[in-house]
Design a protein around this ligand. Sequence first.
Ligand SMILES: [Zn+2]
Length: 266
Amino acid sequence: MEVINKHMWEGNAAIQLASQVILELDGLNDLNLINWIDYYNIDVMDFCAKPNKSTLLHEYIKDIDYFHLEYLLDKHFPMTVINNLTPILDFFGLDYSSIGESIGLIDIDILDDSSDKAEEYARLLLKFYVENLSSVIVNEAFTILFMNKNFLFKFNSQLSEAIRELKVTDYPKLLKKDGVIKRVDFPSWLKKGVTYRDKGRCQLCGTDLTRIFQNDNPENYDHIIPLELNGSNDPTNIQLTCEKCNKGKGARNKNYVNSFSAFWNL
Ligand SMILES: [Zn+2]
């Protein structure tokens, strides 16, 4: 059993983490986005006023990853933490042998959940993971989730509940009015990333916007949840559309298509 478990983790830590985040957003452990914002006292305007490369979703993923591992430690399951983390650290070729040495641990195989050494070792291993690897896994999980429009729509719908409460008197430079963030220009790294993810196609009507053969379809970058409906400028809320769809959409509709384009048709 253990061997299977270890093989599952090798190289797949980000997929497991992304699945965990999808479940948490749905309320698995009362840590949906709104509860997380309250619990960790997040100022959403640090992320939502203008696009940052390190997005609000990166923060959410990072906290869920840590929360999950910390919870296992608090419930005294250090072996689960050790068995989860060591295959990931091994897979990425990180040398963590000094951790065992530092607490005089010779053989990891003798540990079990009831021993104090296991608890001590698991805490140090978690610290090492957070300092050396978690940002890599978090960014991989982000890449997986950024492709999933259903998830992004849900994420930004929950976020809009928090933005709705913001007062222009608290953020006079960043809000147009209560609950509505000012429009900003999108940086080129974001436009490139969104075009790449959306495969150069309008996400509402499918028009090809790559300009390889024609030049009469200007591309637009559009808010999945419109700013007027308490949408955000966080990269997670941006998609590629054509000018016609963007202008026709206005602030009244929330619209997106989850376009996982198949590699071939069955
Ligand atoms: Zn279109």
